[in-house]
Structures are given as C-alpha cells and as structure tokens.
Design a protein around this ligand. Structure first.
Ligand SMILES: Cc1cc2nc3c(=O)[nH]c(=O)nc-3n(C[C@H](O)[C@H](O)[C@H](O)COP(=O)(O)OP(=O)(O)OC[C@H]3O[C@@H](n4cnc5c(N)ncnc54)[C@H](O)[C@@H]3O)c2cc1C
Length: 426
C-alpha cells in the first residue's frame, strides 16, 4: 500500500511518484535548527510551489511544500500591487486579479507556481509587459543559511544589490521565497488566431511574427501535428487598427480560426484535441528550454532541422514547441537581473517523455532530447533555466548557457548564502 504521507499530489508525475524521505510545510526556527538543517540530513532540500517540475520531489529527499501555508493573495487597490505567497499557482493569481479587472503576464499554463516567476517567467503578454521577474516589486524569504531577507525595489542598499538581481532569475539556488509583491496590469480582451498548420505554413507565419508589434505574440507546438496560437491583446482603437493590419496576412490560412476572449484567463492553451501526454499519469518526462534570437534568413534551415527532429521522435508523447518574447523583454529598464539573455526573441522547449518504468525508453527519449537540443543550438544557443536538472547529466552545461557571464557571481552568492549547499546544487 502507498504511504500517502510520502507522496505529493502535484502535476509533475516524476515528482508525484517520488518516495519522499520527509515532507515539511513550515519554515520556522526548527527548520534551520543546526541539528536538523545539515547536508547529512537533507543531501539537498527540494522546494515545491506549483509542483510542475521534476525537481520538487525526489526519492529519498526531503521536500518543503509551500502550497499549504504560503498561499495568500492580496491586491492593494490603491497601488494595484499584488502580494502572493511562495506557494501560489498562477491560475489562482490571475483568477483573483480578474475579480478586480487586473491581470499579470503568466505563462501558457495556469498550473505553475512561484517557480514560474522566480526563473524568469515568459508569457504571451511579455512582449508588452516584460518577463514575470521584471514586475517584481519586493520579496520576502530566507537565504539558504536561514537568514530572513526582505527586499524592495528602489530601496536596495549596495550590499544587497547582487542578491536582488540574482533573485530575479536564479532565486532557487540560494533562497526560499515566501512572499512576492508584483505589479499588475489592466485586464484587456484578447484576440486569438489558432489552429493546425503544416510545416510550410508554420514557416510563413514565423516569418510574419518576427515583425509583430509588442501586443502580438506567436506560440506553436509540434506534437503529432502542428498547432499554433497568435495571441493579440486589444487595448484601444488606435492600437487595434495596427493589430488588425498585422493580423491581416493570416487571413490566407484557411485552417486558422479567430476567437475573442474577454480576458487572458479565459484562454486554455494546448486543448485536449492536441492529445498531449503532459499530464498522463503513466508517463515520466523532462523538458529543456532554449533561448535565441529571430530566425530571419535561417528560417528555411530551421524548418528543415525541425522536420528531421520530428522524424527521429522516439514516441508520440515527445514534442517541440516555442513561444515568442522580445520587445519589452529586451529592455533593461527594469534593472539588472540573472535572466542574462535579453536579446532573445524565441523560447523553444523540447519535451521528452516515456512510460514511467521503462528505463530503455527513458534512455532513448532523453537521447532524442539531447540530440535535438544539439541540433537546435545553432539557432538557439542559450538556455532558459525554467526547470532545474541537477539530476541529469546536462545540468552543468545548462547552468553555463543560462547564466553566462554571471555564473561566477551566482557561485559566490551560493558559497556565502548557502554554504552547506542545502538548496539545489549549482
Ligand atoms: C504546462 C506548463 C506550461 C509552462 N509554460 C511556461 C511559460 O509559458 N513560460 C515560462 O516561462 N515557463 C513555463 N513553464 C515552466 C515553469 O514556469 C517552470 O518550470 C517553473 O519553474 C515551474 O514552477 P513551479 O513552482 O510550478 O514548479 P516546482 O516544481 O514547484 O518548482 C520548481 C523549482 O523552482 C524552485 N522554487 C519554486 N518555488 C520557489 C520558492 N518560492 N522559493 C525558492 N525556490 C522555489 C525550486 O527549486 C523548485 O524545485 C511551464 C511549465 C508547465 C508544466
């Protein structure tokens, strides 16, 4: 019989199946007590917020589950700043904001938790409102050595500046964040043009999208077939006219359907008809997220490469997808952060999945993931570290490609503020 206390009810199946050593819900003095808080006791401590990654629970490891006691959401109606706990999921955040006609650039799923914000946060709205980290106003939490921290934008003293910058993109390596204050935005209607396309049509639409204004973004997914979304926020008459002009060339694609949504949280990306295996309880999976710039004249070679990757796909549950960033995410006026690849305009991700106890299939699927990553590197040389892979061989390379020239600063912060290496390793 399963010991329910040692399993987590979370979306990620790898982590859900993990046989935990211990589950902790609170960050109090007893957690950081010397006798408890040691490398011998924890190896390292896993943190669970939305529970959507394969690193929030592992066989034989302790998980700190923030979903029970760190779930407050409070919108200040005067400042329109929202304060959320470190265990809040993005769906609950935007549902709360919607009651007050406000919104936040969450990603393509409502399931991710604070990990979405702390690792960068790429949204279909990011071209207009920046990454999730660009909208952090303040944070509270604990450094890996147990020290409480409370930091507020524009009130950071020089010795805390590096911590503040690293919280934005690399927080999981040296801190546990219990509270985040975020800017919110007026909620606007959304026009979505979506449907199945073939590879030639995808190519044409990518070319068009590289000229989109900031309120429009393209996201596509190539699973068994290719499905795409062109997402346009409608704001006012002047911009709407420009939006219509940008969207007009899409009229020629007969399979694309136009839909209007009252607001962002009415949209469900990746509908059931795509037959994605993402939440299939019989499968385990890993995802790697890449970053790169516009394809421009490389588009034909990229399409050829994508075709090869899909031809080599080891099973039907593996896929490649991509989302568009750029415009506001390129700007540094939000202050420096550890999301260093600001020039990026595309974030593709490779999803590899296998039957959960089939070690041979796992090996083949991961090999496909690494090979595909290798082939896509010429277009997307960098990494968005949205998933921590310290249990995989690719971890070190991913870290280098994610943090670039800030890697040494991150190592310094880790040495000072998580000297025992209790939080996920670098
Ligand atoms: C269906 C789906 C769609 C997605 N779409 C997007 C997208 O559009 N854009 C995008 O950018 N990403 C997207 N992601 C990626 C996702 O945002 C990241 O994987 C994110 O890290 C998940 O956060 P989580 O809290 O749900 O995960 P968890 O597994 O709970 O946490 C992941 C790791 O983050 C760290 N962490 C989480 N919370 C805290 C905290 N409070 N303090 C310190 N460390 C913490 C921990 O180390 C933890 O192991 C998507 C993921 C899924 C599953």
């Amino acid at each position: 019989m399963k010991n329910i206390h040692n399993l987590l009810e979370i979306p990620n199946i790898n982590s859900k199946d993990a046989k935990l050593k211990e589950l902790i819900y609170d960050i109090d003095d007893s957690l950081f007590n010397k006798d408890n808080y040691s490398k011998e006791k924890f190896e390292h401590l896993c943190i669970c917020s939305g529970g959507t990654t394969s690193s929030c629970a592992k066989n034989g490891f302790t998980t700190l589950d923030l979903r029970k006691n760190y779930t407050k959401i409070h919108l200040d109606r005067e400042s329109n700043l929202v304060t959320i706990g470190g265990g809040v999921i993005m769906g609950d955040l935007i549902n709360h904001l919607q009651k007050h006609n406000r919104s936040f650039p969450i990603g393509l799923s409502k399931l991710p938790g604070a990990g979405y914000i702390l690792t960068g946060g790429v949204s279909p709205l990011s071209r207009a409102y920046g990454l999730a980290i660009d909208n952090i106003e303040s944070i509270k939490g604990f450094l890996g050595n147990g020290t409480f921290i409370s930091l507020k934008k524009n009130q950071i003293n020089p010795e805390k500046q590096l911590i503040w910058e690293a919280i934005k993109g690399a927080a999981p390596f040296f801190s546990i964040i219990t509270e985040i204050e975020l800017q919110t935005f007026q909620s606007n209607p959304i026009k979505v043009i979506e449907g199945f396309v073939n590879l030639d049509e995808l190519s044409e639409i990518i070319q068009l999208s590289e000229l989109f204004p900031e309120n429009i973004s393209l996201q596509w997914i190539y699973a068994q077939k290719i499905y795409l979304y062109i997402f346009a926020e409608l704001k006012n008459n002047f911009e709407d006219k420009r939006t219509e002009e940008s969207l007009m060339p899409l009229d020629k694609f007969p399979s694309l359907e136009k839909k209007f949504y009252e607001n962002f949280n009415k949209i469900n990306f990746f509908p059931k008809k795509l037959n994605l295996y993402e939440l299939n309880a019989n499968n385990h999976s890993e995802v790697i997220s890449l970053l790169g710039e516009d394809l421009k004249s490389d588009l034909p070679i990229f399409i050829k490469c994508l075709k090869e990757i899909m031809k080599d796909k080891p099973n039907n549950s593996c896929y490649v997808a991509s989302q568009q960033l750029g415009c506001k995410t390129k700007k540094l006026n939000h202050g420096s952060s550890f999301f260093v690849h600001r020039k990026s305009t595309w974030k593709p991700w490779i999803y590899a999945s296998w039957k959960k106890n089939d070690h041979q299939e796992k090996e083949v699927a991961l090999e496909w993931l690494y090979k595909s990553w290798c082939n896509l590197k010429r277009f997307y040389p960098n990494i968005h570290l949205a998933q921590l892979h310290n249990h995989l061989n690719s971890h070190e390379e991913e870290l280098t490609l994610a943090f670039g020239n800030r890697m040494n600063e991150l190592k310094t912060l880790k040495n000072i503020f998580d000297p025992q290496g209790i939080l996920p390793p670098l």
